[in-house]
Design a protein around this ligand. Structure first.
Ligand code: PHB
Length: 559
């Protein structure tokens, strides 16, 4: 999807020190994000206006960084790219400090609650505690609203200078349908707030009321009330919103119902903001420097170092590393000062970094680099490319399943030849006890829950090999736990062998299992294990690495 030309204000000339390859790679990432995370390479060439050879070099460098994946003719955003947005979110500290309070409010009210920050003349979400029913759209972390649509913008615009208002007017004139804001539905012609006076009036009212209302400014039915959260200096750093739907509450009824609790929570949030800064996260400087050399050696001209260095510069920032001087950035990234300086100048020119001349900070605009799309990925979507790579290696079908009651349920599958009598599709269920994925999932449960389930389970024989003795099964599960894998031969179906390992989330909980299934008659079990287990383990580790990045600030649904 090409960017709407009307929405882009004329770009100022880049400064002479700007690093052109870095600018190009960011243009490719933005284009991919605008296209929903996937674009044919040919369309990327058209959309960015870059030469095909340039796009190819950008993509091989981004692939090496783990930010992009190539699937056939398409380039696809990959979860590692979330490291850039994570650096901003960790540095700004808002999700870490305020997120738990927002989650508690959502639980209490049983409504969606969000935190959003000002971003130019827009509003960007940095935390979501979603209780969204089917009726309305849900915003993701990183999504951007125009300030005049939604509740938080009227609170932020109170701080705008004349130049900000001028930029806002120009944008409204150039993009009357909000095409530059893909997260919101197009503004219907003649919609409320089409005259700028409406927004100005809401800004004035929000200042005296201390709250701001969204009465279906985004889409019919969607209502929200927002309250500003201020830091110790009195500056509005973010807005806390409660969101509902007119089928439950009118905008005014929502405000009446939630304002007292909203204000109490903001009080607690403002207190949390005054707590001391967190200890500084470790930076990866030296490791990155040697990784960069190795990548250059391996890929030659297809690895554009200046581009990789520029992107790595963003990850110098993080928890306890919100404002860094040039030397600190150089040290954190392992880059020469001159290199870090040019990268920072480029990033500042593009709006991803702000500076007072001495210290540099990331801006919320960093989240525009694919964060909303990638933070919305589900566990199966994250697993799918890794399962496909596994199937390429072992030439047998691979799947992912989660526990659902006493069953396992398939959530991802990459088939080769069909060796089961039943056709496994997504959603297929089998009892957990006679399957390799079920045993891995049961073994991953807390001890008490595992024994309680075993005591209640109906262990029927499905083949002549099915283990149905509860004590024997408990022994097998203990072994699965100790060895980190399960191999099951012909207990679910004659002739079927399956090998599974667990997948852990950031906190170390087993959230899914991945398996490879083969013919039991093809070779002895030991041989199958030696041939498959290492690749299966590497697959689980690759999925876990993605989950660690993706799950830092977003909740990853299992389905
Ligand atoms: C949301 O969190 O989804 C949200 C917040 C404020 C609005 C609308 C939606 O005005």
């Amino acid at each position: 999807m090409p960017h709407p030309e009307t929405a882009a204000p004329p770009a100022p000339e880049p400064p002479p020190e700007a690093v052109a390859p870095l600018m190009r790679s960011l243009a490719v990432l933005r284009e991919l994000a605008a296209g929903g995370g996937r674009q044919a390479v040919g369309d990327l060439v058209r959309g960015t206006g870059l030469a095909r050879s340039t796009v190819d070099r950008v993509l091989s460098t981004l692939t090496r960084l783990g930010h992009v994946r190539i699937e056939g003719r398409d380039a696809v955003l990959a979860p590692r790219l979330l490291e850039l947005g994570n650096a901003y979110l960790a540095a700004c500290e808002l999700p870490d400090r305020l997120g738990p309070l927002a989650d508690r409010l959502a639980d209490e009210l049983d409504e969606s609650v969000s935190l959003a920050v000002p971003d130019g003349d827009g509003v960007r979400f940095v935390h979501q505690a979603t209780r969204r029913r089917a009726m309305s759209l849900a915003f993701r972390i990183g999504d951007l609203l125009p300030a005049e649509r939604g509740a938080p913008g009227a609170l932020f615009a109170d701080d705008w200078a004349a130049a900000d208002w001028e930029r806002w007017r120009l944008r409204r004139a150039a993009d009357p349908a909000d095409a530059g804001f893909p997260a919101v539905p197009p503004r219907p012609p003649g919609a409320a707030d089409d005259r700028s006076g409406d927004f100005v009036a809401r800004v004035t009212a929000a200042r005296s009321d201390g709250w701001s209302l969204d009465d279906q400014l985004i889409e019919p039915g969607l209502v929200a009330v927002a309250v500003p959260v201020r830091d110790a200096s009195g500056r509005t750093v973010c807005a806390l919103s409660v969101v509902s739907h007119t089928s439950r509450l009118s905008a005014d009824a929502l405000r009446e119902a939630v304002l007292p609790r909203l204000r109490e929570t903001v009080g607690a949030m403002e207190h949390a903001l005054r707590a001391p800064a967190p200890a500084a996260e470790d930076a990866h400087g030296p490791a990155q420097a040697s990784w960069m050399r190795a990548s250059k050696q391996e890929l030659g001209p297809e690895f554009v170092e200046s581009m990789a260095r520029g992107l790595i510069t963003l990850t110098a920032f993080g928890a306890g590393r919100a404002a860094l001087g040039l030397s600190a950035v150089a040290e954190a990234t392992g880059l020469a000062r001159a290199t870090a300086r040019r990268a920072l100048i480029t990033l500042e020119h593009l709006g991803y970094v702000a500076t007072d001349g001495k210290l540099f900070r990331l801006t919320p605009k960093v989240l525009e680099l694919g964060f909303a799309h990638l933070s919305g990925l589900t566990l199966p979507a994250i697993a799918q490319p890794h399962l496909a790579a596994l199937v390429e290696r072992v030439h047998d079908s691979a799947s992912m399943a989660v526990l659902s009651g006493d069953d396992i349920q398939y959530v991802a599958r990459v088939p080769t030849v069909r060796i089961m009598s039943v056709n496994i599709t997504l959603g297929t269920r089998f009892p957990a006890y006679p399957t390799s994925m079920g045993r891995v999932l049961l073994a991953g449960l807390p001890e008490a829950e595992r024994s309680a389930r075993l005591a209640l389970a109906d262990l029927a024989p499905l083949t002549r090999h099915t283990v149905t003795d509860p004590e024997r099964l408990a022994g097998l599960l203990a072994r699965v736990r100790a060895e980190g894998y399960a191999l099951v031969d012909e207990e679910l179906e004659e002739g079927l062998r399956s090998l599974a390992v667990p997948v852990h989330d950031r906190d170390g909980h087993v959230v899914a299992a991945v398996n490879v299934s083969t013919h039991a008659g093809r070779c002895p079990a030991d041989e199958a294990r030696a041939a498959i287990l290492p690749a299966l383990r590497e697959t689980a580790e690759a999925i876990e690495a993605d989950l660690r990045v993706a799950g830092r600030y977003a909740r990853i649904p299992a389905l």
